[in-house]
Write a protein that binds this ligand. Structure first.
Ligand code: SAM
Length: 328
C-alpha cells in the first residue's frame, strides 16, 4: 500500500518538526507573550521519529525535511540526521533553519548527510531583523549563510515572508542578491496560522511582488519546472546566477501538486498545513501498536487530505495550531 490520496496525489514527502521551541520570536510566526511549550515527554524522541520514518518509507515516503521550531536548537540533531541517512529508501534530507546557529553546525550537518538547506531571512537590515525576530542576530545568520555557501551546500534557498510595512521596499534588494549569489530567493505569502501579532492586512501577495521586481529590476524569466521543485514558481533575471521564486499559498494555492505529510513535534500527523485535521500517531506508538496499525494511520491521513485548503486571500480563517509545532 502506498500513500496516495483521494485526488491521486502521491505523497512522498514528510516534513518533521523536531521541536516547537525557537530561538527567535518572529512576529508573524509566534506571539511575543509566552505560550505553553511542549514538555520533553510530549515531544517525540528521535528513536520514535525514526521508527515512524521507517514505516513511512514502506508507504512511499522518500524525502524528508527537518524543521520546527528551530531544529538546530535540539540536541543530537546531527546524529539524528546521520540515522535518517541510513534509512533505506530516504533519498533526500533537507533542513529549514533560521540560520542563527548555522555557522557552527554546517560542517557537522554535511558530514551527517544533509543534502539541502533552506534558510529564513526576512530582511537585510540588522535593526529590522531585531524588530521582527526580537533578537539581534542578523550578522550571525548572514555568516551562517556564507558558511553554508562556502561548504558547498547547493542549492541554498533563502525564504522571505513578504509583509507590507515591513520588508515591502526591501524585496527588490533581496531579489538583486540573485546577481551576486547562486541562491534561490523565495518570497512567501503570509499564512494565518496560530496565534501571532501579524495583521492579515499587511499580507503582500505574489502578483504585486512580481510587478515590483519586474518594474525595478527587469523581466522575470521562467525557469523550467523540475519534478523535485515543490510549490515555488521559479524565475531568474537575465545574467543572474541565482533565482527568485514565489510561494503563493494564499493567492494561488498549489494544493493540486501537494505531495506532503507533516509530523508535528508532538507526534500528530497532518496532511495539510492549513487544516487542523490531524491523526494521533504518538499514543498508539507509545502504546505498543504494531507497524501495521501505525501504517493504517498514515494511510488514513492520506485519505483525509483535502482537495484544497480552505483559506483564501479575501476570506482567511485562522488555522489554530502553531506553525512552530506543526513545522513550517
Ligand atoms: N525555525 C526555522 C526557520 O525559521 O526557518 C524553521 C521553522 S519556521 C516555522 C519555517 C518557515 O515558516 C520560516 O521560513 C518562516 O518564515 C515561515 N513561517 C512562519 N510562520 C509563517 C506564516 N504565518 N506564514 C508564512 N510563513 C511562515
Amino acid at each position: 500500500m502506498k500513500l496516495i490520496d483521494s485526488c491521486n496525489r502521491i505523497l512522498n514527502y514528510l516534513r518533521i518538526s523536531i521541536t516547537d521551541r525557537c530561538n527567535l520570536k518572529c512576529q508573524y510566526c509566534s506571539p511575543r507573550h509566552l505560550i505553553p511549550k511542549l514538555s520533553h515527554e510530549e515531544i517525540l524522541s528521535y528513536e520514535e521519529i525514526l521508527h515512524l520514518v521507517r514505516i513511512a518509507v514502506q508507504l512511499g515516503i522518500s524525502k524528508v525535511r527537518i524543521t520546527g521550531g528551530e531544529p538546530l536548537i535540539r540536541k543530537g540533531v546531527h546524529e539524528f540526521i546521520q540515522e535518517l541517512h541510513q534509512v533505506d529508501g530516504i533519498c533526500d534530507i533537507s533542513l529549514t533553519t533560521n540560520g542563527v546557529l548555522l555557522k557552527d553546525n554546517v560542517d557537522a550537518l554535511i558530514a551527517a548527510g544533509l543534502h539541502r538547506i533552506n534558510i529564513s531571512l526576512d530582511t537585510l537590515d540588522p535593526e529590522k531583523f531585531m524588530k521582527i525576530t526580537g533578537v539581534d542576530a542578523f550578522d550571525r545568520v548572514w555568516e551562517g549563510i556564507q558558511k553554508a555557501y562556502q561548504a558547498g551546500l547547493s542549492p541554498i534557498k533563502i525564504n522571505t515572508v513578504a509583509l507590507r510595512h515591513f520588508n515591502d521596499f526591501e524585496l527588490e534588494d533581496i531579489a538583486r542578491l540573485s546577481f551576486a549569489y547562486p541562491f534561490h530567493f523565495r518570497f512567501i505569502e503570509y499564512m494565518p496560522i496560530g496565534m501571532s501579532e501579524q495583521e492579515m492586512s499587511d499580507s503582500l501577495y505574489t502578483p504585486e511582488i512580481k510587478q515590483r521586481l519586474t518594474d525595478r529590476i527587469g523581466e522575470l524569466i521562467p525557469v523550467e519546472h523540475q519534478i523535485t521543485d515543490g510549490p515555488a514558481e521559479r524565475f531568474r533575471f537575465e545574467g543572474a546566477p541565482g533565482e527568485v521564486g514565489f510561494i503563493s499559498a494564499m493567492s494561488h494555492h498549489f494544493c493540486h501538486t501537494c505531495n506532503r505529510l507533516r509530523l508535528t513535534a508532538s507526534g500528530q500527523l497532518r496532511s495539510c498545513l492549513l487544516s487542523d485535521h490531524q491523526e494521533d500517531l504518538k499514543t498508539p506508538l507509545r502504546g505498543g501498536a504494531s507497524d501495521e496499525a501505525l501504517s493504517a494511520i498514515f494511510l488514513n491521513a492520506a485519505k483525509m487530505k483535502g482537495v484544497q485548503h480552505g483559506l483564501t486571500a479575501d476570506m482567511p480563517v485562522r488555522v489554530s495550531g502553531q506553525m512552530s509545532s506543526i513545522g513550517g
